[in-house]
Design a protein around this ligand. Structure first.
Ligand code: SAM
Length: 270
């Protein structure tokens, strides 16, 4: 079994993506998506950004490595009768089913960053995006003080070291690394731009309940708890995460959670 696929098919990421819908829709609203545009959403999950792009009239293909998320995306598109939005299984490291120059816009919000072989990922995104088109990536930033980088940092302290040669997904949040990957794929450095942006997680219960949701449904956190359990440290991990989520919660109501998380937004003009 491909460990990258196994990680994301574990649990049920739709439970987490349900808390990110407003930010996904807002982001798509800033990308100039227009009717008839051809959009690839890579590592699309269950369509947090794919569906809003299709609602704006684009012709959208969502690709994800997790078959359960592909099914969930197709169900969501069907429920809205979005015939211009379809989801299929695929690997961002090797988009062999897709022809060169197929898309006006390739979007990947916290998706392609998790695929192995980042140079292959950059090559594939550039290959399938037409000249004159754009690639927009959302990437979490290593050591950033906000939520997701901190969840991953805390979790890694409870997990065994990664295998030899493993390239951290968080390196996609480091500007010089991104420039190196895209320039090697043929994009001119002046055509790569960066900005810091924010996604907001909105959950209709307390921060502690939101941690429980991650523990039960988010593959990377599930793995961290399994590793912590093997060392008798689940309570420590739980406490660290509840402290983090509680400290970052901006909701005035203790029974709802609203947490902003900073990410690196990358635009590469192909
Ligand atoms: C943090 S989730 C983000 C999902 C979605 N873009 C969103 O904003 O809700 C990461 C996604 O990347 C997908 N993914 C991870 N590795 C992948 C790969 N090699 N190729 C395609 N998708 C991948 C996962 O299955 C998962 O859906």
């Amino acid at each position: 079994m491909n460990p990258n696929k196994a990680l994301w098919e574990k649990g049920d990421f739709t439970r987490i993506s349900a808390t990110m819908r407003e930010s996904g829709e807002a982001l798509v609203g800033e990308l100039g998506v227009a009717p008839g545009m051809s959009v690839l959403d890579l590592g699309c999950g269950d369509g947090t950004t794919a569906l809003p792009a299709a609602r704006l009239g684009a012709d959208v293909l969502g690709i994800d490595i997790a078959s359960n998320l592909v099914e969930a995306g197709n169900r969501r598109a069907a429920a809205e009768a979005l015939t211009n939005c379809r989801f299929q299984e695929g690997d961002a490291s090797n988009l062999e089913d897709l022809a060169d120059d197929s898309f006006d816009l390739t979007v990947t919000m916290f998706g392609a960053m998790f695929a192995p072989r980042p140079f292959d990922v950059a090559n594939e995104m550039v290959r399938v995006t037409r000249p004159g088109g754009r690639i927009v990536m959302g990437n979490w930033i290593p050591n950033d003080p906000t939520l997701v980088a901190q969840i991953l940092k805390i979790s890694s302290a409870y997990s065994p070291p990664p295998p030899e040669g493993f390239v951290s997904p968080m390196t996609w949040g480091v500007e010089p690394e991104v420039v190196e990957r895209f320039t090697q794929a043929g994009v001119e450095a002046e055509r790569i731009s960066f900005l810091r942006d924010t996604y907001r997680f909105e959950y209709a219960s307390s921060p502690a309940d939101f941690v429980a949701e991650f523990r039960a449904y988010y593959g990377p956190t599930m793995n961290a708890f399994e590793a912590a359990e093997a060392n008798g440290r689940t309570d420590d991990l739980e406490q660290e995460l509840v402290a983090l989520f509680t400290a970052q919660n901006e909701s005035a109501d203790a029974n709802t959670t609203s947490i902003p998380a900073t990410f690196l937004r990358v635009t590469a003009e192909v």
